[in-house]
Structure formats: structure tokens, C-alpha cells
Design a protein around this ligand. Structure first.
Ligand code: G3I
Length: 297
């Protein structure tokens, strides 16, 4: 089976996965990517610490590798990410002056989004900026600029790559009644109304067993604030078929859910491999994979 082709045929939505030079140098991984997934997100190579480890010194090799792989193999490219407090070099977190922080965000985004302009279907412009209370969280960006960093980042991304859909991406948006989901949905609606060029909300969807049931209602709530939503980093501890099927059905039920990205090909490669959250183990499809295939067939 090819779950991307089945998903596209049923709904025109993509089913993707992550990659970077390390995992894509393994032929068991590329065999699965090439047979089953239609979209790629760089797991780490486009993050600030990987791509601009020193101020104005760029390390493009890893990100170029992934972008070229996507192009050569006909995969939709989702670019991840421009502004995040993790994997952030010390020269950025040390900035306390608002003007220097603004200029630093703008030049980083101009360089990185500019290099891949026209190649990224979407950019995660902001990653994980909300706290569990649904408010913007302390970070080097928020601490120096307050809420204004949101507009600064999206305006810079729009300027650097006018073709990409610009996303705000976050985790724990898996229930419609959770304060983080309601707070983020309300804030994004306000920002869009104020003219900030936000096209989409990415719901990472790193789940624990049983959480699949809440995803459809949550996605509908998020979809009310923006023109599109996506499931951007799916993995589910234990990989129960029911939860995976719930998530795929949730994206099918929300017209403006444009696709699903699974966060890891094989359990052995996952950031939380001890909880066996992916669709493959030992590079063999698991029950959840077969359940998705039957749902989509
Ligand atoms: O590249 C270095 C290597 O040189 C060094 O020897 C080694 C020793 O620790 O570390 C390597 O870097 C690691 C990097 O992955 C590449 O493998 C980092 O330590 C490690 O922290 C990093 O983890 C990544 C994590 O983001 C960072 O927070 C995971 O691979 C990646 O899957 C994960 O992805 C995030 C999304 O971007 C955002 N949402 C949550 C998701 C899961 O945490």
C-alpha cells in the first residue's frame, strides 16, 4: 500500500514524514519514505541552531540535502522552523536589546526562508510559543519584545517567501476544551484579524494512548481561526490502531486540514522510541499502519 496515495485519492491531503541526511542515508528508511509518504519535514536541519549556529554564519548542507531529496523524489516540503526557543544558539538567547532582537529575527528569517523561497509548501514560522495556560510563554523573544515578536516574525517570513503558507505550530492542542487549545485559537484569530499574515495552525499531535478521540473537535476549533490546519508531528505512545484511525478521521472530517505528517519512520528512530509511537517497527508495518490502509482503501 501507499498511504499517501490513498489519502490523496480520498481527500487530496498529503501523508508525510520526517527526514534528514542521517535517516535518509539508510535504505530501509528511504524505501518506506518512497513507497508510503508524499511529504517531508526536516527533523532538525532547518532549526536555528543547525542552520545559523553563529551569528551570520550559515551551515546549509543538512537543510539543502533534505530540500534536494524532497525535490528529486517529488515530496511536498514542509519547512520547520524559523523561531523556536529550543535548539537556539546562545548568541540569540543572550540578546536583551529589543532592536537587536528584532534585527536578528529579521535577518535570520530573510536568509533562511529566502534561501528556500518557492520550495516550501509551508513554513512553521513560530514553534511552541504558547504555554499550557494558553498565553504566550517566556522566551528570549517574548522577554525582549513582548507579543510584538509574532508580527515581526510573520512579516519577515512573508517578505522572504511570499509563496509559503505561514504556520504557527504547537503541541498539546489535542482537546477542544484544553486552555492551551482555546487560548491559542483565540489569539491567532485576533492576530489574523489584525492583518498578521498567518495562514495555518499546525497541531503537532504527540499523543498518549486514548487521546485520539479528542482530536477532531480540537482541529475544528483551530480551523475556525485560520484558513488551514495541519497535523504536523504525529506520533502516539503505544501506536494503538484506534488512536491513529481517530486522527486520520479527524483530518478527513475537517475540510481545511491539508495533511498529516508522522514524526518518525521507524520506532528505532523516534525521539520517544521507548514508547513505540510510530507506524513501523524493525522497518515492518505495525497494526496501526494496516488500520490506516483499511480506513483509506
Ligand atoms: O547533532 C548533535 C550531535 O552532534 C551530538 O553529538 C548529539 C549528542 O547529544 O546531539 C545531536 O543533536 C541532537 C539532535 O536532535 C540531532 O540528533 C540533539 O541533542 C537532540 O536534542 C535533538 O533532538 C531533537 C529535538 O527536536 C530537539 O528538541 C529531535 O531529534 C527532534 O525529533 C525533536 O523534534 C521536535 C520538533 O522539532 C518540535 N516539536 C517537538 C519535537 C519532539 O521533541
Amino acid at each position: 500500500a501507499n498511504i499517501n496515495a490513498l489519502f490523496v485519492k480520498k481527500s487530496k491531503k498529503y501523508f508525510g514524514n520526517i527526514g534528514d541526511q542521517g535517516t535518509l542515508s539508510n535504505s530501509q528508511t528511504t524505501a518506506i519514505i518512497n513507497s508510503d509518504f508524499g511529504q517531508l519535514t526536516p527533523e532538525n536541519s532547518m532549526k536555528w541552531g543547525s542552520i545559523e549556529p553563529e551569528n551570520n554564519t550559515f551551515s546549509w548542507a543538512g537543510a539543502d540535502y533534505l530540500a534536494n531529496y524532497a525535490k528529486t523524489n517529488g515530496k511536498v516540503l514542509r519547512c520547520h522552523n524559523l523561531v523556536w526557543h529550543n535548539q537556539l544558539p546562545a548568541y540569540v538567547s543572550a540578546i536583551t536589546d529589543p532592536e537587536i532582537m528584532t534585527a536578528t529575527i529579521q535577518s535570520h528569517i530573510a536568509a533562511v526562508a529566502g534561501r528556500y523561497a518557492g520550495q516550501c509548501y509551508a513554513w512553521d514560522v513560530l514553534n511552541e510559543v504558547f504555554g499550557e495556560d494558553g498565553k504566550l510563554e517566556a522566551s528570549p523573544f517574548y522577554n525582549t519584545l513582548g507579543e510584538s515578536f509574532v508580527k515581526i516574525a510573520f512579516d519577515a517570513a512573508k517578505k522572504a517567501d511570499p509563496y509559503a503558507k505561514l504556520y504557527i505550530n504547537d503541541f498539546n492542542l489535542d482537546s477542544a476544551t484544553y486552555p492551551k487549545t482555546t487560548g491559542l485559537a483565540a489569539k491567532v484569530k485576533e492576530w489574523v484579524a489584525a492583518g498578521i499574515p498567518i495562514d495555518g495552525i499546525g497541531s503537532q499531535t504527540h499523543l498518549n494512548a486514548g487521546q485520539g478521540a479528542g482530536v477532531e473537535a480540537a482541529l475544528k476549533l483551530l480551523a475556525g481561526s485560520v484558513s488551514e490546519v495541519a497535523i504536523t508531528e504525529l506520533d502516539i505512545a503505544g501506536a494503538a490502531s484506534t488512536d491513529y484511525v481517530d486522527v486520520v478521521n479527524a483530518c478527513l472530517a475537517v475540510e481545511n486540514c491539508v495533511g498529516i505528517t508522522e514524526w518518525g519512520v521507524d520506532d528505532s528512530q523516534s525521539w520517544r522510541s521507548s514508547s513505540s509511537p510510530t507506524l513501523f517497527s524493525g522497518f515492518k508495518p505495525k497494526a496501526a499502519y494496516n488500520a490506516i490502509v483499511s480506513l483509506l482503501q
